[in-house]
Design a protein around this ligand. Structure first.
Ligand SMILES: [Zn+2]
Length: 260
């Protein structure tokens, strides 16, 4: 009797898990992450990615063995800015809830504007134009600026505006405007913002006001998102899971999207 009851419970659970697994079409999963290697673009004041080979060959036991040490700055490549980055006392990288990093991807196409002006800042009008076509930005959205800058990766001179270490005076790339960040934080219930450029603030920003606004609201920012041409303006689900660095102001993040 006990066995029959147990079987009666277990079998439907197996069916349920099989049904859930089948519900995710793996052909609809796309990778929006740049690889970490010697070409990865970091902020001009940060150290480049470094991989030190510890072992790569046949071990004394006759088997293959490979292992490396890596050294990397927090802010480079595809990464998440934690709120702690620009707001004292707000969440560190390990404290950002994963729920805040999974959500509907809202992709704002500003490629035409950015092609005319490398210092372009995504405006409230851009957000309103998107909403007129696709409806109100949904709660929990991850709002992404698509500037087209990904075509320039990994050419530092074209992507950052400079290829000189330490040169922050000549940074030129698009970002969000102060007004657009304020609108998203105060008028919409977003979870995060993201960009296909090195920073959610444009290159010539001196006060990093978008970082301040977003961080102060305890929301993360995603930077150097790759391959945004793979995303539709609406309908994809973004999943951005950063390395869980305790007390980190940021962390490298693997971003994938599930297409509609
Ligand atoms: Zn950053």
């Amino acid at each position: 009797m006990c066995r029959a009851v147990a079987t009666g419970i277990i079998v439907p659970l197996v069916w349920l898990s099989l049904a859930a697994a089948a519900a995710l079409d793996e052909n609809k999963v796309v990778d929006l992450t740049y690889p970490f290697d010697e070409h990865t673009i970091y902020w001009p004041t940060a150290k480049p990615f470094h991989l030190e080979v510890v072992a790569a060959g046949e071990a004394p036991g006759g088997y293959w063995y490979a292992a490396n040490n890596i050294c990397l700055a927090e802010h480079g490549g595809t990464h998440m800015d934690a709120p702690l980055h620009f707001a004292r006392g707000k969440r560190a990288a390990d404290e950002v809830p994963i729920q805040q990093l999974i959500g509907p991807a809202v992709v704002i196409d500003v490629r035409a504007q950015a092609a005319q002006n490398p210092d372009y800042r995504l405006s409230v009008a851009d957000l309103e134009a998107w909403e007129q076509r696709h409806g109100r930005i949904p709660p929990g959205a991850i709002v992404i600026m698509w500037s087209g800058w990904g075509e320039r990766w990994p050419d530092k001179k074209r992507y950052l505006g400079t290829d000189q270490p330490g040169d922050v005076a000549n940074l030129h790339f698009p970002g969000f405007s102060r007004e657009a960040a304020t609108f998203l934080i105060s008028q919409r219930e977003i979870d995060a913002i993201g960009v296909d450029t090195p920073s959610i603030d444009y290159g010539q920003s001196q006060d990093f006001i978008v970082h301040q606004i977003v961080s102060d609201a305890n929301k993360p920012g995603l930077e150097n998102i790759a391959h945004l041409e793979k995303l539709p303006p609406v309908g994809a689900t973004l999943i951005a899971l950063p390395m869980k660095i305790a007390k980190g102001s940021s962390g490298p993040v693997r971003i994938v999207a599930v297409l509609p």
